[in-house]
Write a protein that binds this ligand. Structure first.
Ligand code: SAH
Length: 226
C-alpha cells in the first residue's frame, strides 16, 4: 500500500513514521511512504502556499492552486483505488472502522493543513475524505496524518506479527475495548495478576476476559455501548 503525505514540513515525518512496525513494514516493502513538499507546486519567487481569507478574520489559509496541482501531478490519471484525505478539525471523526475501510484502497494521499486551514474548494472538489482525529484543534495536519498512517499500516497483512493480534483489539468488536492484561511478575508490590489468568483453563480465561473487557468498557467508555 502506498501513502503520500503532502505538507509544507517534509522533514516532519522522519520522527513519527521511522520507528517500530511502520518502519519495518516500509523496509520490507509492504508499505511505501512518499513525502511531497507543497512548495514544489508553487510558481512564484517566494513559493507562496497561503493567503488571507475572504471576508476577513484571523490568520492565513492554504491556497487551492498548489494543493490541486500537487495531487494532479502525483496522480495524473487518478483511479478509484487512489483516495485523497484532507486532515481537518471539521472532518468526520477517524475510527478503527474507517482505518479498515481505508485499507481497501491501494494509495492514499494525505493533505496536511496548516495556519487557519485550507481553502474549502479542496474539501469540496478534491478530497474523498475529510477526517479529524478528535475534537480538538492541532496546529497542523501532519500529526493527524501520521496517526492515520500508523493505524492503517499496522492492519496490513504481515505488518503486525500475528494477524489475530489486530483482530482481538479494542474497537474491533462493536463497542468493546480490549481486555486488561498482565505480565510477569505475578505479584508486583503486592498487586497481584488475577488468579484465573495464571491457571491454564483456557475456557475460563476466555470467559473471564470477555467479562473484564465489558466491565472496563462500562467503566471508561460507556458511550461505546449505546
Ligand atoms: N480553523 C480551523 C483549524 C485549523 S488548524 C478550525 O477551527 O476548524 C490547522 C490545520 O491543522 C487544519 O487545516 C488541519 O489540517 C489540521 N488539524 C487541526 N485539528 C485537527 C484535527 N482534530 N484532526 C485532523 N487535523 C487537524
Amino acid at each position: 500500500m502506498k501513502f503520500h503525505l503532502l505538507t509544507i514540513f517534509p522533514n516532519f515525518f522522519e520522527g513519527p513514521l521511522n520507528h517500530g512496525v511502520v518502519a519495518r513494514a516500509a523496509e520490507f516493502g509492504v508499505l511505501d511512504l512518499k513525502v511531497h513538499d507543497l512548495r514544489t507546486y508553487t510558481h512564484d519567487l517566494h513559493r507562496t502556499v497561503d493567503d488571507r481569507p475572504f471576508g476577513g478574520g484571523e490568520g492565513m489559509l492554504l491556497k487551492p492552486e498548489p494543493v490541486f496541482e500537487a495531487v494532479e501531478s502525483i496522480w495524473p490519471e487518478r483511479t478509484e483505488k487512489q483516495k485523497v484525505i484532507l486532515l481537518s478539525a471539521q472532518g468526520r471523526k477517524f475510527t478503527q472502522q474507517i482505518a479498515r475501510e481505508l485499507l481497501e484502497h491501494e494509495e492514499l494521499l494525505f493533505i496536511c493543513g496548516r495556519y487557519e486551514g485550507v481553502d474549502e474548494r479542496v474539501a469540496e472538489h478534491l478530497a474523498d475524505y475529510e477526517l479529524s482525529i478528535g475534537d480538538y484543534v492541532l496546529s497542523g495536519g501532519e500529526l493527524a496524518a501520521a496517526i492515520i498512517v500508523d493505524a492503517v499500516a499496522r492492519l496490513l497483512p504481515g505488518v503486525v506479527g500475528n494477524a489475530d493480534s489486530t483482530i482481538n483489539e479494542s474497537f474491533e468488536e462493536e463497542g468493546v475495548l480490549d481486555c486488561p492484561q498482565w505480565t510477569r511478575p505475578a505479584d508486583f508490590r503486592g498487586w497481584k495478576a488475577p488468579d484465573v489468568l495464571l491457571g491454564g483453563n483456557h475456557a475460563e480465561i476466555k470467559k473471564w476476559r470477555k467479562r473484564a473487557a465489558h466491565e472496563k468498557t462500562v467503566r471508561l467508555r460507556p458511550d461505546l455501548l449505546t
